[in-house]
Design a binder for this molecule. Sequence first.
Ligand code: AIR
Length: 200
Amino acid sequence: METNGTPTFIQQMEDHGVLVSPEGIGNAAHGLPKVLVTMGSDSDLPLMMKAVDTLRYEFGIPCLVQINSVHRDLRTMMRHIENLPPSVQVIIACAGGAAHLPGNIADLRADLPVIGVPRDLGALKGIDALLSMVQMPEGAPVAVMAIGDAGAVNAAIHAAKELAIADPAIRERLQLYAEKRKAKVRQQNQTLENKLESYS
Ligand code: AIR
């Protein structure tokens, strides 16, 4: 689908993935993407929407979402990752099983931090994905999160922390997010006596 080696407009759109922001998805989204959220298959989407929704609703960060499989279409993945829009500053990559996507991206993009999310899948329930991501050789680091839901949410928070270094508005939203977490523990203590009663 290339004309004389130059990507067509449609190919460029496909190459960049789908923009998601607090306002909406695709044409309804606003702003420049700061994070790429990529995954090996659309079957990873229910997990990775936890990262996408944390980015957009908690921190107001627009992101690109894109499927990239290093075991099913390595060449397309390489083209996508080498041609990301320059506004993208952090990459979150999820895969299940033999999960080489974040490690391969870390090699392709020496300039961007890569955060890995191992999917809890199959016979080994994510241990395989975790080990594939975390045991990178020296020189190409991947910041690997926990397996599953907590890892997906933490990937978004970690990405926000990286962006906050140069963005005071995101730093402020991170503080608010931490306050909400503290309020939750406070609220658990306030209702603790009633809960204890139910055990007596
Ligand atoms: N996967 C796809 N290409 C390489 C890998 N590791 C992963 C996907 C998904 C799992 O294989 O990230 O977690 C199963 O994919 P599917 O499409 O069979 O549901």
